[in-house]
Design a protein around this ligand. Structure first.
Ligand code: ATP
Ligand code: MG
Ligand code: MG
Ligand code: MG
Length: 483
């Protein structure tokens, strides 16, 4: 390991301190404003400064700030363990300018940090960038000053190169602007695709988005009655950047994905040890989900959000339950995942001491939630056993039955398939998918912010998670708000 994740975090903060930035601590995972449940980006605690409020922090005035911000994105949760570039908890490194420097410096400094030999030392010839469609200013800096070949630059519309994505059309209201993103080509061992192919599928493990340079210069206001978006110029132009710490660590350490880096490898190894199932093959998705989700659950609990049946605590519960059901697939029948909490604490508490301060509480909460949900899972197994034992070998379990098990008991369809197979019964998977799709349509229609992955609060419910609250288990409600 050339640089640990902690060393990269520290280098980033030092680099920007060297450029006159004030280092501030991470804000809580509890969002500072009501547009989201959780903090989703480093800029979120600074919306007032982008809107023109004085840049004074604990009595210190500075229009340049740098942070490592813990971010929770539940819209990405279905990707966790699957795309291998999405975490539900990640650290976003940021440098911010409140009406001070702008595009030119932001681009030069990002480049210097990534490619400078004494910083990240990444290969300059493997850098690619995207820019907003008509941002000639950014294009000029990238090509003429940085020296990037025009073939390494892609222009995109607001759905890709605006932050928040598609803000003019979809919101939320508040500071927003065009952006320029930096990608790294990890080489042919990670895929045969080309830069041109990348945006067809976005599935590539080869081209990895590492840094988003945002140029907030607009305040999105309530659209006109006919829906026309209203963008007002902010009092001054700002810089907001977000570099994915874990992604850069994967590149710098040249490991295939997060789960082999210095932060996750020990947790994944412990999952393998506890389950007796080596980290390989199809089941390895469960190692990853368990390791990743325990990290986010621990941080969210440490920040004071308890498991509950509403709001933030409900989302937390869904993350935990996704971990528990993957633990179940790994063979855990008794509370086990709480034993991973000490590893999370050990790995992250130097930067986030709140983890150590709350360790005992976090462990107890996780364990209690495991006890509760393992019972629920057992309920689903009994219900399924009842259905299957009344059927003949070779019969087909209806998709609706499989869906009800999932929806009511949080019972994963892969478990349904596995158990049905033991009875010689198949499952109407197409019918299941149809029932699920119908439920998702309903969830989407109720989502306030449309399709945006950040703000589509219902999207995390779409895969592998129970859509509704768990009915018929009163003890859930009774204990809901106890940490
Ligand atoms: P992607 O397109 O891969 O979903 P994004 O465009 O949604 O990423 P941004 O909102 O631009 O991400 O966030 C800034 C940076 O934070 C990204 O360039 C990336 O390095 C990192 N990042 C974003 N989402 C995640 C995540 N779920 N897990 C880990 N890192 C992330
Ligand atoms: Mg994303
Ligand atoms: Mg992106
Ligand atoms: Mg991005």
């Amino acid at each position: 390991v050339s640089l640990t994740t902690a060393q990269i975090r520290e280098k980033y903060l030092q680099f920007f301190e060297g450029k006159g930035h004030l280092r501030l601590p991470s804000y809580s995972t509890v969002a500072p404003d009501p547009t989201t449940l959780f903090t989703v980006a480093g800029m979120q605690p600074f919306k007032d400064q982008f809107m023109g409020a004085p840049a004074v922090f604990d009595g210190v005035a500075n229009r340049r700030v740098t942070t490592a911000q813990k971010c929770v994105r539940v819209g990405d949760i279905e990707n966790v363990g699957r795309t291998r570039r999405h975490l539900s908890l990640f650290e976003m490194m940021g440098n911010f300018s409140f009406g001070d420097y702008f595009k030119r410096d932001a681009i030069h400094w990002a480049w210097e940090f990534l490619t400078g030999a004494e910083w990240m030392g990444m290969d300059a010839s493997k850098m690619y960038v995207t820019i907003y469609k008509d941002d000639e200013e950014a294009f000029t800096y990238w090509t003429q000053e940085i020296g990037l070949d025009a073939s390494h630059i892609h222009r995109f519309d607001a759905d890709e190169n605006f932050w928040p994505a598609n803000a003019p059309l979809e919101g939320p209201n508040g500071p927003c602007g065009p952006c320029s993103e930096i990608y790294y080509d990890r080489g042919p061992k990670y895929g045969e695709d080309t830069w041109g192919d990348y945006f067809q599928t976005r599935e590539s493990a080869r081209f990895l988005e590492v840094w988003n340079l945002v140029f907030p210069q607009f305040d999105r206001q309530e659209p006109l009655a006919d829906g026309t978006p209203v963008l007002r110029d902010l009092p001054f132009k700002n810089i907001d950047t977000g570099m994915g710490l874990e992604r850069v660590a994967s590149v710098v350490q040249d490991v295939p994905d997060f789960y082999s880096n210095d932060v996750f490898a020990p947790i994944v190894a412990r999952v393998a040890e506890l389950s007796g199932k080596p980290y390989e093959g199809e089941v390895s998705v469960s190692h990853r989900v368990v390791a990743e989700h325990l990290r986010s659950v621990s941080m969210i609990l440490a920040d004071g959000t308890p498991f509950s049946n509403t709001g933030r605590g409900y989302t937390l519960r869904k993350i935990m339950r996704r971990a528990i059901r993957h633990g179940y697939l790994l063979g855990f029948r008794e509370p086990t995942l709480f034993q991973l909490v000490p590893l999370v604490v050990e790995g992250m508490s130097s930067a986030y001491p709140e983890l150590r301060d709350n360790q005992a509480k976090v462990e107890a909460s996780v364990k209690a939630e495991e006890e509760r949900f393992l019972k629920t899972l057992e309920g689903g197994i009994q219900r399924l056993g009842g259905l299957l034992s009344g059927m003949e070998r070779g019969a087909v379990l209806s998709g609706q039955d499989a869906f009800v098990l999932y929806d009511t008991y949080g019972f994963p369809v892969d478990l349904t398939l596995e158990i049905a197979e033991e009875y010689g019964i198949t499952v109407d998977e197409a019918g299941y998918a149809e029932s699920l799709e119908n439920a998702q349509e309903i969830a989407r229609a109720g989502s306030k912010y449309g399709k945006s992955e950040l703000f589509g609060g219902n999207q995390e419910a779409l895969e592998g998670l129970p859509r509704t609250e768990f009915v018929g288990y009163d003890e859930l409600n009774v204990e809901a708000d106890v940490v």
